[in-house]
Design a binder for this molecule. Sequence first.
Ligand code: HEC
Length: 203
Amino acid sequence: MGRVLWFLLNLTIQIMKRAILTSLLFIAALASLGCVEVTSSSTRVVAEKDLESLAKYREWTLVNPTPQLMEPAAAISCFIIPGRHEPSPHLNKYVSVFVNPVAREQMMTRQQPKFPAGSMIVKEKLGSRDSKMPELLTAMIKREPGYNPENGDWEYLVLNATASMIVERGKLTRCSDCHTSYKRSDFVTRTYLPQTVTSALKP
Ligand code: HEC
């Protein structure tokens, strides 16, 4: 009988040990989940900061005083969102381009611009010359050197029309593949610069 009791006592101790170990492991797992949560929330903070700045693009410098007819090639591919097709890529679309204060000088005064990190450019795609509300926004943000050196360290973004949401962002190759032809001007096309501005650009 004593043996049985001894055995049962031992068994209980073993079970309790295991329970303590399991709960310790459980707590550790929770803590590590907590860590993951911390990292993702700090990336979220960066993302939210970018969105906060981008959302105010209408307070920046408007590069072209009147909306410019969009280049047909860009009208077709500049705004293609996966799974969505333009009803007719040949429809005339207009663009208005805005630069933040960091990017302003290079955009407006330099023959061969070199945009500093923190530069932001937003392009509104407009359904017609006098539409008040853009259909969609695309943007470029100049990142720190090393972000994507072959493509001028630009990050490409697609935003919804009200700049309240980033639809897509990153080293979007379908954007950079085309913008690479504008390498001479730091991957920025500037096709919409008014003649008066273009003729006054400094070396
Ligand atoms: C087929 C070529 C092509 C592709 C692909 C393309 N773009 Fe562009 N992009 C242009 C052209 C041309 C302009 C000049 C304005 C215009 O005609 O629309 C331009 C202008 C811009 C501008 C204003 C700054 C500048 O460079 O002049 C931004 C911002 C921009 N594009 C973002 C994007 C993003 C984001 C993507 C990918 C989702 C993209 N582009 C894909 C050709 C392209």
